[in-house]
Design a protein around this ligand. Structure first.
Ligand code: SAM
Length: 290
């Protein structure tokens, strides 16, 4: 079976790595206080099933979504003894995530896991995060992914560091990201040109309010979250500009300077110096002034 470049197929050939990824996915807590039901696993891109088998051994129920029709009969064979595991032949980018998770796992919390095709890492991650409102309604409690090492650095970057980008802040609005370990190219077939890393995102159980308790509640939440997101996108869309200039299309310059001063932040700051929490506070301040 020839791996398909168009689907980003680099299969793990060192059996220790799927074990390590599955261990990272299934570490405690595994049962969450609010409903005492153990988490189930959703895998994106099972390939020939190396990671799927390890997830099957650790979770009560596993569903894997695979785009490549050529892999479906292979998976039927490699997962034949995994009674708790189902494979869905589908493009994950076309999947209605809330319907899929409700259908497959009912009310159970969900851990998402995958060795992602590198060409769509960010769209897949953002789809997972954006499929639910950021107010704590998501059943997705943990996301453990193998991604390109530089992408892991960006997602897990500290605010103010050179690696920080819009994706860093977008993820930090929804959970805590941590780079766990790197995986060298020799562990894959075919050997990729880049090195890889496994990261985990622990989503906030109560959504944005765990990061920013002052976030508006009820029907005011969604518009507030949309404004924070628009501010982050504008701030990083023109990262060479100062924040005051980058947000110029959204708010008057004088209001941005007044808001930054009220928050004790220099008015010539650039967006990458602000944390997700700073962006939340800035949004509140700007909405108050304007
Ligand atoms: N999990 C396997 C492993 O670790 O060996 C395979 C990982 S390989 C890097 C990525 C997998 O994602 C491939 O099986 C590929 O066919 C699948 N894939 C690519 N795009 C996809 C999509 N849009 N939806 C679902 N699966 C996809």
């Amino acid at each position: 079976m020839a791996p398909k470049k168009s689907f980003g197929q680099n299969f793990l050939i060192n059996p220790r790595i799927p074990e390590d990824i599955a261990d990272a996915s299934a570490y405690e807590p595994f049962v969450y206080a609010e409903n005492a039901i153990p988490a189930c696993a959703l895998e994106i891109g099972p390939g020939v099933g190396a990671l799927t088998r390890e997830l099957s051994a650790r979770y009560p129920s596993v569903t894997a979504v695979e785009i490549d029709d050529g892999l479906i009969p292979v998976l039927a064979d490699t997962l034949a003894d995994c009674d708790n595991t189902r494979v869905i032949h589908q493009d994950f980018m076309e999947t209605d995530v809330p319907s899929l998770l409700a259908e497959q796992f009912g009310d159970s919390p969900v851990h998402v896991c995958g060795n992602l095709p590198y060409y769509i890492t960010t769209p897949i991650l953002m789809k997972l995060l954006e499929s639910y409102p950021a107010d704590g309604a998501s059943p997705i409690r943990r996301i453990t992914l193998m991604v390109q090492s530089e992408v892991a650095d960006r997602i897990c970057a500290k605010a103010g560091s050179a690696d920080c980008g819009a994706i860093t802040a977008a993820v930090a609005l929804r959970g805590t990201a941590k780079k766990l370990f790197t995986v060298s190219a020799g562990n894959f077939y075919p050997v990729p040109k880049v090195s890889s890393a496994v990261l985990t995102i622990e989503t906030y159980p109560h959504g944005l309010r765990d990061l920013y308790p002052e976030a508006p509640q009820d029907e005011a939440f969604a518009p507030f979250f949309a404004r924070v997101t628009a501010i982050i996108e504008a701030a990083f869309g023109q990262r060479r500009k100062t924040l005051t200039n980058a947000l110029g299309a959204l708010y008057p310059k004088s209001a941005i300077e007044t808001a930054l001063t009220a928050l004790d932040i220099r008015t010539d700051v650039r967006g990458e110096k602000l944390s997700a929490l700073d962006f939340c506070r800035l949004t509140t301040e700007l909405e108050r002034i304007c």
